[in-house]
Design a protein around this ligand. Structure first.
Ligand SMILES: Nc1ncnc2c1ncn2[C@@H]1O[C@H](COP(=O)(O)OP(=O)(O)OP(=O)(O)O)[C@@H](O)[C@H]1O
Length: 268
């Protein structure tokens, strides 16, 4: 799916509409199949950026186009249709606590099922092997039949990522997918996401705090600061100088990431 933002300004839903916008005057085009990491200090507007793209937040100004359609010009029905073609995965996946992992995963696939399949699925879970394979990509397949509220935070995050693989979407918007994972799990998780997105031709946009992961695993990196684009560059051109400027006065966030993720490859 192609994403185009033109002069987009937006506020957090809980913020005053006449207050400081969370994102401002964004002009960004992301082509189908591109893999983009969005980085920046805490409060830079990364989550809001994803929410504007997935139509969870209506911008106060500007235009959001998905596959060249201005989404806010659509009828409610057509807006729902386009929402069904993307997945927006929050940092903490909203998995109902008493539900089994298998059920949560299959819920991710419902948009691709007929009504009959959905009803049959209530009694006899379909797509069990697909769900197992999705969990396997994040090494959490042994939890297939577990209840969600009996998982650790990291396991829950990995189940949330596996759920993305079940969805029939052509745009993945993923908010901080590695926040609860140790470096080894983080590397496995990001490899699974980028490899599968590439294999399916899915557009992948991920917010990250791990700048070394952004530079080593993604082809393009967007730096946000104070709601605006500080840089939008091929990953190979994101220098330490660019990162220093982006994280000025927030250096503790940058340095702690290097320490936390020094097991991941860091380009020169
Ligand atoms: N619950 C809230 N109520 C009001 N305003 C908020 C709220 N959450 C965020 N904002 C505003 O939106 C801005 C952008 O927040 P956003 O969550 O998009 O940043 P972020 O870059 O994702 O931060 P983080 O890395 O800490 O998750 C914040 O600086 C703040 O001004």
């Amino acid at each position: 799916m192609r994403v185009r933002l033109s002069h987009v300004t937006g506020h957090h839903p809980a913020a005053e509409r006449d207050g400081v916008p969370a994102v401002r005057d964004l002009n960004i085009t992301i082509e189908p199949g591109e893999q983009v990491a969005v980085i920046g200090p805490s409060g830079a507007g990364k989550t809001t950026f994803l929410q504007v793209i997935c139509a969870a937040i209506k911008p106060s100004a500007g235009e959001v186009c998905l596959d060249d359609t201005d989404i806010w010009s659509l009828s409610t029905k057509h807006l729902q249709e386009i929402r069904g073609r993307l997945i927006c995965a929050p940092q903490v996946p909203p998995l109902p606590p008493r539900q089994r992992v298998i059920t949560s995963l299959i819920a991710g696939a419902l948009p691709a099922m007929s009504l009959t399949q959905s009803l049959v699925n209530l009694i006899y879970p379909l797509k069990t092997s697909e769900a197992y394979q999705a969990l396997e990509a994040f090494d959490v397949q042994d939890k297939l039949w577990n209840r969600v509220d009996r998982l650790s935070g990291g396991e829950r995050q990995r189940v949330g990522l596996a759920r993305i693989l079940m969805a029939p979407a052509s745009l993945w918007l993923i908010d901080e997918p590695l926040s609860a994972l140790d470096p080894t799990r983080a590397e496995q998780a990001i490899n699974s996401l980028v490899d599968r997105a590439a294999a399916r031709g899915v557009t992948l946009i991920t917010t990250l705090h791990q700048v070394d992961v952004a530079r080593s695993k993604f082809s393009r990196v967007i730096g946000l600061r104070d709601g605006a684009v500080a840089f939008d560059l091929p990953a190979a051109q994101v220098t330490n100088g660019e990162l220093s400027k982006l994280y000025a006065q927030h250096e503790h966030e940058l340095s702690s990431l290097h320490v936390q993720h020094d097991a991941l490859s860091t380009p020169a």
